[in-house]
Design a protein. Structure first.
Length: 605
């Protein structure tokens, strides 16, 4: 089975081909040195600039440094809401853009010119983003420094807890976190004065997340995990001193900070939250949302076109879903089929571990066929884990966390086991393809392992590329023979429907004035998703507008490029070589990816 609508036609019709990179600077006149010497010099200059940019970037963002394996800032937690931080970030982006534009790009080789295009896009986009007041909305129920701090402090994430110094480093971060909380409260107060506040329903989702941290005794909280695994070789006296020092930081600094934040949300911010649901209700909200749509899709598509694309895709996928209903001999209509798939006990696991084990079995099945489609494989492995209890109620159905760059920690494919009825067996193949291999795990682990590629490319990312690739990986599962079971193929369609509905619902909420309830009903009417999943999805779009648009736009661009390459190269087309081209330069804006693939096509023809 294949999609009936040409991806090439869709992308061309929407004008994505016209989203070309910005014009490169004119080359300055060189009065000395040979061309070869000049080229070597410019490339060396670019490599030095790109590397220094990355080093300055992670110095400004020390938690990012920890995640990419640079540990010299493990004791710091930048206050990304302070005036000093915002000024430093602006100066960094402006300074490096100015330096980048002084280089003679004509002297760069193809790989470095592509890298420079990506860096230019990154810096320009960051400078545009500064013009919108995102600092007034420092957290939501989906992305939150509180959630990420709990994960860091649990001892099961990127923060190391192997030495006494590691524990003291995290105490430093606890102290910085306390300061960040005070800044967050101050920024939310500023936002409330400017009418830039969260929807009330999202504040109500944050409250139990904060309260859960305070209701749990310290000795049972995720933060206590490191104290249960103290470094080996400590004397009893040293272990006691470390435990007391660390526990004092938890009880004397962290808990009071969380209490202040919790009290502010309950006593002050909840009353100031807005009753509207979309970004369009905020000051300058329409322009802000268009910026976010551009940011996440890395295109210049108007939101109205994105909305129409979603409506068209939903209609197409509904027809394919109905064809599956006929194929399996179900006698009711499509709505009844949705009900059957969402309620019949045969389609669900009885316990959480069964669901996790099922995904581990799928891992082996998929890994067995990957070499037929890829000759570049990640060195890092991945594991399957349940989402932690403290965030499972509002977390997505699944997510992926990248492995440690040094190989010390595998990638993690998180499954939300909070509601087993939201995790049907028929959706497992496509979800594994998307989150693990050859989806996010494949692409992100390969990106981190690249050699001879600038660090900012290895560790940066663009949602349209990364989510577009993961959705492309689902489509690839058809060719890989993983959807011979019509129910599993229905699962593929169901997940594709989710991404198509996102185009409709995200733009509906933020550009067309849809209410939360209207968005929820639309998704329930057009899919077999569990209501709890639909509610979490809609509230996610409310919290991070534009992000959900990236999946379909990215997938259609990659599929269109593949169609173009197949049409141009004919018998010379090699699918594994095409995949190599997509995966071996890191995460790219769509226009840069288009230019790269077209150069490759020309070289093969």
């Amino acid at each position: 089975m294949k999609t009936s609508l040409s991806a090439l036609a869709v992308v061309a019709a929407l004008g994505l081909w016209g989203c070309t990179p910005s014009k490169q600077p004119d080359a300055p006149v060189k009065e000395s040195a040979s061309v070869a010497e000049s080229a070597a010099s410019v490339q060396e200059q670019y490599h030095a600039l790109a590397e220094q940019y990355f080093q300055d970037l992670i110095a400004l963002n020390p938690v990012m440094a920890t995640y990419v394996g640079v540990h010299r800032y493990n004791n710091l937690l930048a206050n990304n809401l302070s005036d000093e931080y915002l000024k430093s970030r602006h100066e960094l982006n402006s300074r490096y853009l100015k330096q980048l534009m002084k280089l003679d790009w004509d002297q760069l080789n193809d790989a470095d010119r592509l890298s420079a295009q990506v860096l230019k896009y990154e810096l320009e986009t960051a400078l545009v983003a500064e013009t919108f007041p995102s600092r007034f909305l420092p957290m939501n129920q989906f992305y939150s420094r509180v959630i990420s701090f709990v994960q860091l402090g649990s001892g099961e994430s990127a923060q190391p807890f192997n030495t006494v110094e590691d524990y003291d480093n995290f105490i430093g971060r606890i102290n910085d976190f306390s300061g960040w909380v005070d800044s967050a409260i101050a920024r939310m107060e500023e936002g409330s004065e400017s009418n830039v506040v969260l929807p009330r329903i999202l504040v109500q989702r944050i409250l139990p997340q904060l309260q859960a941290q305070l209701d749990t005794p310290i000795a049972e909280s995720p933060f206590y995990g490191p104290l249960e695994n103290l470094p080996e070789g400590l004397s009893d006296a040293d272990a006691k001193a470390l435990s007391e020092r660390y526990e004092q930081a938890l009880t004397g600094t962290l808990v009071p900070a969380l209490t202040r934040l919790n009290d502010y949300f309950n006593d002050t911010y909840l009353a100031k939250a807005r009753g509207t649901h979309g970004w369009g209700a905020l000051p300058n909200g329409a322009d802000w949302y268009q910026h976010l749509a551009n940011l996440h899709t890395t295109t210049e598509m108007p939101v109205a076109e994105i909305h129409q694309l979603g409506l068209d895709e939903v209609a197409r996928i509904l027809k394919e879903m109905d064809a599956v209903r006929v194929q399996v001999g179900f006698e009711g209509d499509l709505a009844a089929f949705f009900e059957h798939l969402g309620s019949d006990e045969q389609f669900f696991f009885a316990d959480k571990q069964g669901l996790i084990d099922g995904y581990m079995g799928l891992k082996d099945e998929i890994n067995a066929v990957l070499p037929q489609y890829f000759d570049v494989m990640p060195k890092a492995d991945y594991v399957v884990k349940a989402v932690e209890p403290f965030r499972e109620r509002s977390a997505a159905g699944a997510s992926y966390q990248a492995p440690a760059p040094d190989g010390s920690r595998p990638g993690v494919f998180y499954i939300n086991t909070y509601n087993l009825k939201a995790q049907p067996k028929w959706g497992m193949t496509t979800l594994s393809l998307h989150e693990a291999a050859p989806g996010h795990h494949f692409q992100i682990a390969i990106k981190q392992e690249l050699e001879g590629v600038a660090s900012f490319q290895r560790f940066g990312g663009y949602t349209a590329f990364e989510e577009g690739w993961a959705l492309y990986a689902e489509q690839l599962g058809i060719e890989m023979g993983l959807f011979s079971d019509p129910y599993q193929y229905f699962g593929k369609l169901s997940d594709e429907m989710l991404r198509a509905m996102r185009l409709v619902v995200d733009t509906g909420l933020h550009a067309k004035g849809w209410s939360r309830e209207q968005a929820i009903q639309y998704m329930l009417d057009n899919s077999p998703m569990a209501e709890s999943d639909v509610v979490a999805e809609v509230e996610r779009y409310m919290a991070i507008p534009g992000q959900a648009l990236s999946y379909k736009v990215g997938q259609l661009t990659i599929l269109a490029l593949r169609e173009e390459a197949q049409a141009e190269l004919g018998d010379k087309f090699d699918l594994r070589a095409f995949h190599n081209q997509v995966l071996t330069s890191g995460s790219l804006p769509m226009a840069v990816l288009q230019e790269k693939i077209r150069r490759w096509i020309d070289a093969q023809a």
